[in-house]
Design a protein around this ligand. Sequence first.
Ligand SMILES: [Zn+2]
Length: 452
Amino acid sequence: MLHLFDTASGQVTPIELRRPGHLSMYVCGPTVSGEPHLGHGRFTLTWDVLRRYLTWSGVEVRFVSNITDIEDKIIARAAAEGTTTELVASKYEKVWWDSMDRLGVWSPTEGPHATAYVPQMVELIAGLVDGGHAYVGGDGVYFASESVPDYGLLARQPLSSLRAGARIEATEESGKRSPIDFVLWKLAKPGEPSWPSPWGAGRPGWHTECVVMSLDLLGDGFDLHGGGNDLAFPHHENERAQAEAIGRPFARHWVHSGMVEAEGGGKMSKSLGNVMSLPELLDANDPRVMRLQVLQSHYRSPMTISPSTLAAATNTLRGLDTFASDFAAARSAEPDAALLGRLRERMDDDLDTPAAVRLLFEARDRARTASLPGGCGDADRWAATVFEMADVFGLPLGRDDEAVPADIQAIADERSVARAARDWARSDALRDRLAADGWIVEDGPSGTTLHR
Ligand SMILES: [Zn+2]
């Protein structure tokens, strides 16, 4: 049985399903105000691996992940670029799904847009106001956090330290009664996009969006609510508090994944110049390196991405691709049940993917040894185990399966000419064209290769 660390209890907990054989999960999706960053790549891959593993185990997974398509940052970007919030949101939503496709992240079962749920959000807020859990402040409607007895559960901090950590100056401007109260409905300033409400035209707060969409699609007491650990507090706690206040059972379990750090620890930030966007990483590397790195880090630990980790992952994948072509005939063989059993044990133990990946390497080494002269002859069984595990992880191996179409090869050849002439701008533009068609270009010592 799957066990995961539950942020609410602070312990590794058995995941008992609301309905046996079916798992319902909500993961906070992106605010589409700019290009996704590496942290987005990490959490989407983490939950994709969990979803693939459960599906392989015979569990039917209903996976909901939203798009926040109205938010302050989208409004600010639209104003700065002289365009509309709709155009900003649709542009970056497309970049988001393109990146997810390149990472091989399965599409969510449902991907609700916040703007499609505004009437339901207004209804929820009205219920909170009626129940005495919310009040009208100077610039919108606020949630009275301290009206929920266990407020702060997911922060794992007492109220006093949450109060001390909140920004007091913001309280004075907005008419908030407590520094830890949060906005449910923001009244629109002139020119801002807005929807009607009993409190005046405005837009919903982010915390209200997710509680409405998750409950609407997955129903009361859904199994798992996940996201990056930077969302546990305040975002997830604020979702939970609203559900609690209206008396609806919310997520049964809370799971959070760790952050991506710069080399040597520390934050990635624009001012430090160590930021790479996810599309940039995917342009410059085989997208599988990101997945392999995510698998080789425990999902709750911080993870480092640097030129050296990317190079190591690239090398590992190259070796696995060679293995895949050497043992291609074993794809249809029967995998080793005992080793797959050990894989299940590792994955069920709080998603121990680093150990699970080591089992894949163990199977690879056994296949290599078994195929040596005088080996035991069951190489196919071990090789089939490698292929099976790679499938579970969503890591396709081998690159010789797909022929390169002539028009794609022509672009690649043109790029080789540009590279030979050291015309990097032209070469990059051609690489982008190939990438747009889903082709990855790698320049190795033996020349340029193309693969999907
Ligand atoms: Zn959310």
